[in-house]
Every structure is written in C-alpha cells, then in structure tokens.
Design a binder for this molecule. Structure first.
Ligand code: 6PG
Length: 464
C-alpha cells in the first residue's frame, strides 16, 4: 500500500507517539492522535500541530480503510487497554500495530486475541529513542505477512535508511518482531555496560580524567570495530561540565542504573531456550547490583582496607579499546545466536541478514560492523556464529590479547567488569577442548548416580 494520504491512528501521545506521528506526517501519511489523558493529547496537539481526537470511536470513523492504528503506550496493562478499546471500534481487515516494547509471549497472546475478531495484528519492535522517532527508526516487524504487506509503505516511511534502504523488515510470524526487539535491548544493555566498564577502568585503574577518556574514546570512533552510536553519545557525556559546580557532569550522577524489563525478558527467554547469553545476564545484573544500596554500603564498610592493595596498573587505552571491541562482538554473537535459537523453536524462519540490515541505522545499537554482518549472514543456509564470519573473526581475534589484559588488570585493581569478563570466559569455554564439565558429570554420577558418557566407549556409565 502506498502511504501517501493514508490516515493512521496513533494511540499514545507521549514522546515516542507524538514524534512518530510527526515522522508519519513527514512521510506523506495523515496521522490522528489519541491518548486516554486529555492533557497529554492537548499538549501533543499544540506541540505538533497534528490532529488529535478525545474519542477513539470518532477518531476511528475518520480513518481510511483498512483502518490502521499504531499503539505507542507503555508495555503491559496499558497496551492491553489500548488494544481492547480498538477492538470495540475496528472491523475485520483492519490492522493494529503494537509498536511499543513488549514481552514476545504477550504478543503471541494478543495476536490470537485480535485475530479472533478478523482484525490483523503486528507486534513491531521500534527502536531509536525520541530523536530516532522523529528522524527514522529501526522497525522489527512480526506477525501476519499479509498484514505487513498492507502496512509496509507506512512502516518503511518512518524507518531510518542504511545504504538508501529502509531499516525495516518482517522477521517472522507471531511474537518474532518483539523477540528481535528484546534481543536488541539485551545487546543495548551489554554494550552500555561494556562502555561503562571501559570508562571505569580508564578512570579508576589508569587514573584518567573524564575529558581525557572522552578524547580517547572519540579516537575509537574512527575504528570500525568500536564505532557505534552508544560510544558516540558516551564521548559527548564525558565531555560535559556541570554548570552549577564546574565539575565533570558524570561525577554528579548517582550510580544507580534503572531498567524497564526488556532485557530481562530476553534473559528469561534465553534461559527457557537453554541458549547461553552470559553477556546479557551480567549486564542486567550489573544494573541490579548498582541499586543494591544497603549491601553496597555494608560491604564497602566491612571490607574497606582489608582487600589486597591496588596492583600497579600497566594498561594502554588502546588495550581497553580492544576489550570494548571483543566484548561487544561477544554480545552481538549471543544476540544473533539467541534469535536463531528462538526462530528454530518457533518456526519463524528469521533471516539474520535482515535483522542486521534493520539494525544498520536508526536503532540504539547501530554499529559500524553491521554492514559486514548483513553480508556475512546473507544466503546462509546453515547458521554460523557471528564471530565465525571471516571479517568479524579477524577483528575478534585481534581484540583478544588487549581484552584479556584489560580484564585481568581491572580485576587486579578491584574494578568490577562483569560483562567484559563474562564475554571472555564465554568465548574461552566455547573454544576450549575441555571445559571442566567432565568433572561435573563425575560429581553428578557420584552423588546422584546420574551416569556419564565416556570418550572411548559407547553407552551411559556409572561407577560405584
Ligand atoms: C530503543 C530503546 C528503548 C528502551 C530504552 C530504555 O530501542 O529505543 O531500547 O526501547 O525503552 O532504551 O530501556 P531501559 O529503561 O530498560 O534501560
């Protein structure tokens, strides 16, 4: 369908909803906004000049057929409420797009519920934050293919472009779109954590000031292995001086990292699928540790002065850059692997090259290497891991020595680096001949008679 002139109902007049409405209008569509909060709707109307309607039935009556609604409200009950009100006013053949973050299991349930009225449903992961919503987002579409074909023009119109192609694609039926989005967010968490660890090492172990760290990190932006949107904003943040105190802004921010659940859903899904993603769990749990105030202050008092004295650190910023490159690639590798595992389990047939294409621009985890990843996964019948794509392999290999040194030095100097360290041990366990599980099996057999396999004989063995 051509999007030009098509009316679209945008539910939710928060920052994302109103910016996407502007983006839709710029792309030639004709948006109308609705929000259960009359004041939010009024403010959005005044700010954007876009039509708003306080009555969802009246708004729906003005829409072109098939009616299309883009739901941009917080995950959970508010999404269900918005969908239920749309079900009262939409008819067979219309399309509801949930563009907010959602637990993909909820998306599967909503899909069935909406489809039972003959209405189409798409669970769409949309990434890009407030600015991306205005300029172009990354769109991960899941659900019925025909519903995608009906809305494709609109979704491609709000998408960012990479190599002149829209960062938007259909990634599978049911909950596939939101699954890809929660994995995007888990990679987002890991990438942010890795950069935060690099900052902490350079600050606490090497003793550099924020502006000097910003200058080093800025130089990493010209290297494809570390050039990313998240590093770009980090350079800006670390260069910022607080106007009130004239000290580095970063020093005035409470070190509690919050979370809204999306990466947690990815970690839960990985555990359910039996697919290891230690970079994701470590990054998520690092946020949880950061807010564990009571334990943190208790342990700080209890162990102060009793820990080993700080080692003399001999570490180059270029080695820290290697750690960022390697640990980030470990996270992307786990992410693509997790999507592949879920795709197999759910019969989604997700094209990993398309996923890399969607993430090429607009989204929070855009990274210079995604171009190579698009090519590396293209036409692949049998899934290979991301770090076995030749060009990625060599970058990964080159990062290893600096990554190991950085992680070791951080541990010696008592700087917590959970995601750098877990990425490294994930890789070592996956690439070693013997990973120690032989002893676990022997222990299981000893206390629980669980049996073990031998390397030289067939069958299951038990030794008294
Ligand atoms: C995006 C982001 C976005 C997410 C925020 C906050 O792709 O635009 O992933 O969807 O909500 O990044 O996430 P947390 O509050 O969990 O950090």
């Amino acid at each position: 369908m051509n999007n030009t002139g098509h009316t679209v109902l945008v539910i939710g007049a928060g920052t994302m909803g109103r910016n996407l409405a502007i983006n839709l209008r710029n792309g030639g569509a004709s948006p109308v906004m609705f929000d259960i909060s009359a004041s939010a709707l009024m403010e959005a109307k005044e700010q954007t000049g876009i039509r708003g309607c306080e009555d969802i039935a009246k708004a729906s009556a003005t829409l072109t057929i098939p009616r299309i609604a883009l739901v941009m409200v917080p995950a959970g009950r508010e999404t269900d409420n918005a969908i239920n009100s749309l079900l009262n006013v939409f008819s067979k053949g219309d399309v509801i797009i949930d563009g907010g973050n959602a637990d993909y299991r909820e998306t599967v349930r909503r899909n069935t519920q909406v489809n039972s009225s003959g209405i189409n449903f798409l669970g769409c992961g949309i990434s890009g934050g407030a600015q991306g919503a205005l300029d172009g987002v990354s769109v991960m579409v899941g659900g019925d293919r025909c519903a995608y074909n009906l809305t494709r023009g609109l979704l491609e119109a709000i998408a960012a472009k990479a190599k002149k192609k829209p960062c938007c694609a259909w990634v599978g039926h049911g909950g596939a779109g939101h699954f890809v989005k929660i994995v995007h967010n888990a990679i987002e968490y890991a990438s942010m954590q890795i950069i935060a660890e690099a900052y902490l090492i350079l600050r606490q172990s090497v003793g550099l000031q924020p502006k000097v760290i910003a200058a080093h990190m800025s130089s990493w932006l010209s290297d494809a292995s570390t050039s990313s949107f998240l590093l770009e904003i980090t350079v800006e943040i670390l260069g910022k001086t607080d106007k009130i105190t004239d000290s580095p802004l970063i020093d005035l921010i409470v070190d509690h990292a919050m979370e809204n659940g999306t990466a947690r859903w990815a970690v839960e899904a990985a555990i359910e699928l039996g697919y290891p993603t230690p970079s994701f769990s470590s990054a998520l749990q690092a946020r949880q540790i950061s807010v564990a105030d009571t334990e943190r202050s208790h342990h700080r008092k209890l162990f102060q002065g009793s820990a080993a004295s700080r080692a003399t650190i001999d570490l180059m910023p270029s080695q820290v850059r290697c750690a960022v490159a390697g640990a980030t690639l470990a996270a992307y590798t786990q992410g693509f692997g997790l999507i592949n595992a879920a795709s197999k389990a759910n019969g989604w047939n997700t094209n990993l090259s398309d996923v890399a294409k969607i993430w090429g621009n607009g989204c929070i985890i855009r990274h210079a290497l995604l171009d190579h990843i698009v090519d590396g996964f293209m036409g692949e019948r049998e899934m290979k891991t991301l770090i076995s794509i030749p060009v990625i392999s060599s970058i990964f290999r080159e990062s290893l020595l600096g990554w190991r040194r950085t992680t070791s030095m951080a541990l010696l100097s008592e700087v917590p680096v959970p995601t750098m360290a877990s990425g490294l041990t994930w890789f070592d366990a996956l690439s070693t001949l013997r990973c120690g599980a032989e002893l676990i099996q022997a222990q299981r057999d000893k206390f629980g008679h669980h049996g073990f396999k031998r390397i030289d004989q067939p069958g299951c063995w038990h030794i008294e």
